[in-house]
Design a protein around this ligand. Structure first.
Ligand code: SAM
Length: 310
């Protein structure tokens, strides 16, 4: 399959909205937890000059290498670290990079990773079942597909793919082992559930496997919890998610942290002693304009939520 050049270039989603939401200002300090190819990061550095600083984190060493090249013009204003955002506080304390004016998460994977024919994220071309953001990690999608029990597969596909036909798909996967490549897996899923509508029947199964391989939801939860300790007062937390599971997690975290009491409903007197640490900027998420979706169809599912440290 031939790919267009623009499919390799990751176009930063809601770029201007991110700069506004982070209140980027000259001399400010920012963390981009998912620096990718440095699209948002370069915009942040541009708007925080002179004197601004950006710490960019990514789990994928290839992304860090690309970001390094792209951010070269900003010299020492950009620090790039190949690490997991679940270690956010440790990274910042090692580098003495706190407090900060803003923290950004642009979740999921980049167009470059999706279009990379050897990473196994997409069923558009054949590749080994890999799906790791961190190539040093042991667990791959192949391990899950070929060694996990049918029940474990049902749980992964149902919970992380929100796929109603998880049982049928899991049964079919187990019966078709070994499954070695993306196209083999896509064909197994298609045989199990048939084709309905425009969306490929393996889309949800692939999303589920990617989330499971990278423990995406667990790591996001751990990372979000650390942000309030790093933000200075008035600092902004901005998170862009691309599917309902991520968005729910972000929304629940922001809702909880913006409340003074988190006791279960109908508790007569507050016993939790929780104090709000964040203020929600908008109740509803910010989404791309029709013009942005037209120019960059991959932005269509994006939802951006913003909160301010109080
Ligand atoms: C949507 S892309 C970010 C694109 C970036 N905003 C840009 O403009 O180029 C998401 C990035 O998050 C990275 N990522 C995913 N999980 C991560 C984690 N737990 N820790 C750090 N980076 C992670 C991926 O490797 C990917 O490069």
């Amino acid at each position: 399959m031939r790919l267009q050049l623009e499919e390799f270039i990751h176009i930063p989603v809601l770029r201007d909205e991110v700069i506004d939401a982070l209140l980027v200002q000259p001399g400010g300090r920012y963390i981009d937890c998912t620096v990718g190819q440095g699209g948002h990061a370069s915009a942040i550095l541009e708007h925080s000059s002179p004197g601004g600083q950006l710490l960019g984190i990514d789990l994928d060493p290839q992304a860090i290498a690309q970001a390094k090249e792209r951010l070269l013009p900003y010299g020492k204003a950009a620090f790039l670290i190949n690490n997991d955002y679940k270690n956010l506080e440790d990274i910042c304390s090692t580098l003495d990079f706190q407090p900060v004016h803003g923290i950004l998460f642009d979740l999921g994977l980049s167009s470059f990773q999706l279009a990379n024919t050897s990473r196994g994220f997409s069923f558009r071309f054949d590749a080994p079942l890999d799906m790791r953001f961190n190539p040093a990690q042991e667990l791959t999608a192949a391990t899950i597909v070929n060694t996990f029990s049918e029940q474990e597969l049902v749980a992964i596909i149902a919970n992380y793919g929100e796929e109603r036909r998880s049982r049928r798909i899991a049964r079919s996967i187990v019966a078709s082992r070994p499954i070695n490549t993306t196209l083999e897996l896509a064909a197994v899923v298609q045989r199990a559930v048939g084709i309905r509508g425009r969306i490929h029947p393996a889309t949800k199964t692939f999303q589920a496997l990617r989330i499971a391989v990278n423990q995406e939801l667990e790591h996001l939860k751990v990372a979000l919890e650390q942000t309030v300790h790093l933000l200075g007062f008035g600092g902004r937390l901005v998170a862009i998610s691309y599917h309902s599971l991520e968005d729910r997690l972000v929304k629940e975290y922001l809702n909880r942290e913006s409340r003074d009491c988190i006791c279960p409903p109908r508790t007569p007197v507050c016993v939790c002693g929780h104090k709000a640490t964040l203020r929600l900027i908008d109740k509803k998420p910010i989404v791309p304009s029709p013009a942005e979706i037209e120019a960059n169809p991959r932005s269509r599912s994006a939802k951006m939520r913003v909160a301010e440290r109080i």
